[in-house]
Design a protein around this ligand. Structure first.
Ligand code: GAF
Length: 379
């Protein structure tokens, strides 16, 4: 099957510029990014491709392969729907002083949407790469390391979603064969080798296909709870509480729900550091129990899981996974299971059987390896 970039390249007959940005899964470090903490995502092989040609008039004519629609907008309007992510990038680049030319853009994507695999960040990052290129702005003037902040701002301020920086950073900065260790405060990065095949391992993704109900409101509520807790504790962000200081911090909070939110964030940051340590040591299997502990923390303390993802994790573990956890913002979405190559089919079948027994919509399952971040597609 042809990739999104190959389909677009054929459809546009090689005209214009074509960039590719991937979706992501997060190996560990959930809801830590907006607490200035640590995350460890890797890029999916599934990506969004955007091609663009300049137009004389300063307007944008955007076609989506997925919806079959073409949306046209100029600077005078506030855009809604899927094209808002495109308009948001035009807006933020102009805020950053880039003279964005009018363009005809075409979009194709292999990132499942609504599955918590960061399809919106992939779109933002690919659109940013194309528009910067058409504006004659190269990596020297707008370095890749500065782009995630801009894409996050586009999503926060134009689209209105109060997300952290993980997804845009992963889509832009990941490298093939590596997980991206990102300090969301300093934006320092380390490419951590994550060679699953060499270790005889696979990452199985289970898309729970659970409907995402109330996700925006719940995400914003978690973020607010963390900010309130940081204020009570007198720190800039929960990142400033390390695992040793957790008991003292919890003793200062009188609301049990807030205490559990704080415990998730603080222990999750430590689990990211521990996971990076085992990966650096080449002991990939040791990441499994940390993933499972992360899931328990999201389920019990952060309360962002749903029965489908809990079932997927339990079934994966029962059929021999080294570890399993929900990935992404929560309330549905995908589970990652770290499995020995030869157990992968048994784990997949076990999860499917557990879903059938519970009467859930059958999940989608696929195996992923860490792919590259944003790149120009050469035809
Ligand atoms: C969503 C957000 F977009 C990210 O910034 C991050 O907070 C994640 O949920 C949870 O870790 O993907």
């Amino acid at each position: 099957m042809r990739t999104a970039a190959e389909r677009l390249s054929a459809a546009t007959d090689g005209a214009g510029t074509l960039w590719v940005s991937p979706g992501r899964v997060n190996l560990i470090g959930e809801h830590t990014d907006y607490n200035d903490g640590f995350v460890l995502p890797f890029a999916l092989p599934h990506a969004t491709a955007v091609s663009g040609v300049r137009l004389e008039r300063r307007h944008w004519v955007v076609t989506s392969e997925q919806t079959g629609e073409t949306v046209t907008f100029d600077l005078s309007e506030k855009v809604g729907g899927w094209a808002a992510y495109v308009a948001a990038v035009v807006w933020v680049l102009r805020e950053a002083g880039v003279d964005v030319p009018g363009a005809r853009l075409s979009i194709a994507s292999d990132v499942p949407s609504g599955a918590g695999l960061s399809s919106s960040a992939a779109l933002e990052c690919a659109v940013m790469a194309v528009l910067a290129d058409l504006a004659g702005v190269d990596g020297a003037r707008l370095p890749m390391r500065d782009r995630p902040r801009l894409a996050q701002r586009a999503e926060n301020e134009y689209v209105g979603a109060p997300t952290g920086i993980m997804d845009q950073a992963a889509s832009t900065l990941c490298q093939e064969g590596h997980a991206l260790f990102l300090d969301c405060r300093s934006l320092a990065t380390e490419q951590v080798p994550f060679d699953l095949a060499a270790a005889g391992l696979k990452i199985l993704v289970v898309d729970s296909r659970a409907p995402h109900a109330h996700v925006d409101g719940e995400y914003a509520a978690r973020r607010r709870a963390c900010e309130e807790a940081a204020a009570v504790l007198g720190v800039a962000a929960l990142r400033d509480i390390d695992a040793d200081a957790l008991p003292d911090a919890l003793a200062k909070l009188d609301d049990d729900t807030i205490r559990r939110r704080v415990r998730h964030v603080v222990t999750e940051n430590q689990r990211v550091l521990d996971t990076v340590a085992v990966l650096r040591a080449g002991d990939l299997r040791a990441a499994g129990p940390l993933m499972t502990a992360s899931h328990a923390s999201m389920r019990d303390d952060y309360e962002i899981t749903v029965p489908q993802v809990d079932t997927a994790v339990e079934a994966a573990l029962a059929h021999g996974a080294h570890g399993a956890r929900m990935t992404g913002g929560g309330f549905g979405g995908c589970v990652l299971a770290l499995v020995d190559e030869e157990r992968c089919d048994a784990v997949r079948d076990g999860v499917r059987e557990a879903f059938a027994a519970a009467g859930f919509t059958p999940p989608d399952t696929f195996v992923v390896t860490p792919g590259p971040g944003t790149y120009r597609f050469s035809r």
